[in-house]
Design a protein around this ligand. Structure first.
Ligand code: GLT
Ligand code: MN
Ligand code: MN
Length: 386
């Protein structure tokens, strides 16, 4: 019942199950797997697709001949397993050249190299089938605001996006961009720190119809924000092009934990939302296993991400057909008041009616809602006692 299938669109990055368990206080604890080995691992656990940064697949110093060899071996592994590549992205954060930003660097040579690296990586992603291209600007930020004018930095960011949508159109690629925000880490402060900031920024781009967002659970949680609300805003603006699922305790370092392993209730409402609205894109798990894991446990981690999603999907269905929950929701959302037709679109007569009406605010303030009862029913359902 909770077995992953291709139509569930579960994907992982090469960097996720391939994470070798290093952290700022200790080195790798797992052997580095080759991209072909990672494809085999993902096929074994039942994933649909695999995503990558350019340098997860092709080392930054590889020759063209080496690139061609790597790509052909990777394609063979994809053919043999049936895995697909729905998304690709660029590593614009590891090399010291990007230590003070890539697209927002004050140095036009760094910005030029970032564009060149991204064009090459877009070519690579498209060659392997990607139709979504993620931009996570991990180094696009500051430690001190003495260093840069944030208006100028954002203008450079905008120019880079405009340049790159121009490139994609010129090449005739079927590719959309998905911008991913994060409040901090690795920079002290990263520009465009929330999904809402990204949505506003997209509206200022030349080819804004080609650009949406890739919200990540952990990144809104790090900022102590409600992830579902950001996803819902993106969805309502038709900008939810991709999503990164994982988990995170608010206020801590970037944990990238197994999906649903910390915030079950938030994960439940997120999955229910994605399923209820009919989101049809990838469910990408941008997470990694604990440092204590070996590769058997990494498989348990990957299976766990997908299993929890499918359990929560089932719970969402149960919520939608639960008679007691639905009766409460009908009661809560019933709007039989005389104003329901008046408060939508502005009309002069509607405005006049509102201005003349004697509102009984004490009566309005005396209306209570059974949200405690509703929430406890939700908890009972999630804990499996309904
Ligand atoms: C990195 C980051 C993620 C991004 C990846 C794409 S790389 O792991 O923490 O949130 O989605 O660049
Ligand atoms: Mn993250
Ligand atoms: Mn991510």
């Amino acid at each position: 019942m909770y077995e992953p299938r291709p139509d569930h669109k579960f994907t992982f990055g090469l960097w996720t199950v391939g994470n070798v368990g290093g952290d700022p206080f200790g080195g790798p604890v797992r052997r580095r797997l080759s991209p072909v080995e990672i494809v085999a691992l993902l096929a074994e656990v039942g994933a649909y697709g695999v995503n990558f940064h350019d340098n997860d697949l092709v080392p930054i110093d590889a020759s063209w001949a080496e690139r061609e060899q790597i790509v052909s071996e990777f394609e063979k592994a994809l053919d043999e397993t049936g895995l697909v590549v729905p998304m690709a992205t660029t590593n614009l954060f590891s090399h010291p050249a990007f230590r003070d930003g890539a697209f927002t660097s004050g140095d036009s040579s760094v910005r030029a190299y970032a564009l060149r690296k991204t064009m090459d990586a877009i070519d690579l992603g498209v060659e392997l089938g990607a139709t979504t291209y993620v931009f996570w600007g991990g180094r696009e930020g500051v430690e001190t605001d003495a260093s840069k004018n944030p208006v100028v930095a954002l203008q450079h960011y905008r120019e880079a996006m405009n340049f790159l949508t121009g490139y994609v159109k010129d090449q005739g690629y079927d590719l959309r961009f998905a911008l991913e925000s994060k409040p901090n880490e690795p920079r002290a402060d990263i520009y465009l720190s929330t999904t809402g900031s990204m949505l506003a920024f997209i509206g200022t781009l030349d080819d804004s119809e080609m650009v949406g967002v890739n919200p990540e659970v952990a990144h809104e949680h790090m900022a102590g924000l409600n992830f579902l609300h950001h996803v819902a805003q993106a969805w309502s603006m038709e900008k939810l092009f991709h999503i990164d699922l994982n988990d995170q305790t608010p206020g801590r370092y970037d944990q990238d934990l197994r999906f649903g392993s910390v915030s079950i209730k938030q994960a439940f409402f997120l999955v229910k939302f994605l399923e209820d609205v009919g989101y049809s894109g990838s469910r990408h798990f941008d997470a990694h296993a604990y440092r204590t894991a070996d590769y058997d446990d990494v498989k348990a981690f990957a299976r766990g991400c997908m299993r929890t999603y499918l359990i929560l999907k089932e719970k969402g269905h149960e919520f939608n057909v639960d008679p007691a929950i639905q009766a409460l929701l009908s009661q809560i959302n019933a709007d039989d008041g005389p104003f329901s037709s008046l408060v939508g679109a502005y009309t002069p007569s509607g405005a006049q009616t509102l201005k003349e009406f004697e509102f009984d605010r004490d009566h309005l303030g005396a209306q209570s809602q059974p949200y405690e009862e509703l929430d406890q029913l939700t908890i009972d359902l999630l804990l499996g006692v309904r």
